[in-house]
Design a protein around this ligand. Structure first.
Ligand SMILES: [Cu+2]
Length: 184
């Protein structure tokens, strides 16, 4: 985590304005093509990389300055794909996280160097496991808001998609960020 980054953003107010503008524009374009006939979701992705579950961002209680984005990725190529960086206009810092059990048996999240989608396989980012951490949100997120997220591979390719903000309750994972739920 780099909580101090916020202090390096002098144009914070201007930035927020830009973000809202970007979101408004993105929202207008989104509904058209959410779910392709082949079961993949809209993504400006490198060849062979697909999104196979609807991307979403966890709606957090008021006052929380960070949240997480989730989706399932499929790799149709014959080489592993490593995602090594993330970026989003709504967050000051975007990190790739996983949940790991600490020595006391408590699940904690920590930054990872890469999220790997194995050749010909799938990788799920889901509550209690891997996720894209959105830190230092510039403004509170609202339900149904579409958040643009960009992930970058170690080869320098980028994948860009939109994730919809929603509550986590419906997925049966209960409350809290990783409290007791064991990812895989
Ligand atoms: Cu996290």
């Amino acid at each position: 985590m780099k909580p101090t980054l916020q202090s390096f953003l002098p144009g914070r107010t201007a930035l927020v304005g830009l973000v809202w503008l970007a979101l408004a524009t993105a929202g207008a374009q989104a509904g058209d093509r959410e779910h392709d006939a082949d079961g993949s979701y809209a993504c400006d992705c490198p060849e062979g990389l697909e999104i196979v579950s609807e991307p979403w961002v966890r709606m957090m209680p008021p006052g929380m300055g960070s949240t997480a984005a989730y989706l399932t990725l499929a790799n149709r190529t014959d080489e592993d794909i490593d995602l090594v960086r993330g970026e989003s206009p709504v967050a000051g810092v975007t990190e790739l996280h996983d949940h790991v059990q600490d020595d006391a048996g408590v699940m904690r999240m920590r930054e990872v160097e890469a999220i790997t989608i194995p050749a010909g396989g799938e990788t799920a980012l889901e509550p209690g496991g891997l996720h894209v951490m959105l830190i230092d949100l510039h403004a509170p997120l609202e339900r149904a808001q579409r958040v643009s997220v960009t992930l970058e591979t170690d080869a320098g390719d980028t994948m860009e998609f939109e994730a919809r903000v929603r509550d986590a309750e419906t997925d049966g994972m209960g409350h809290g960020h990783g409290g007791g739920h064991h990812g895989h």
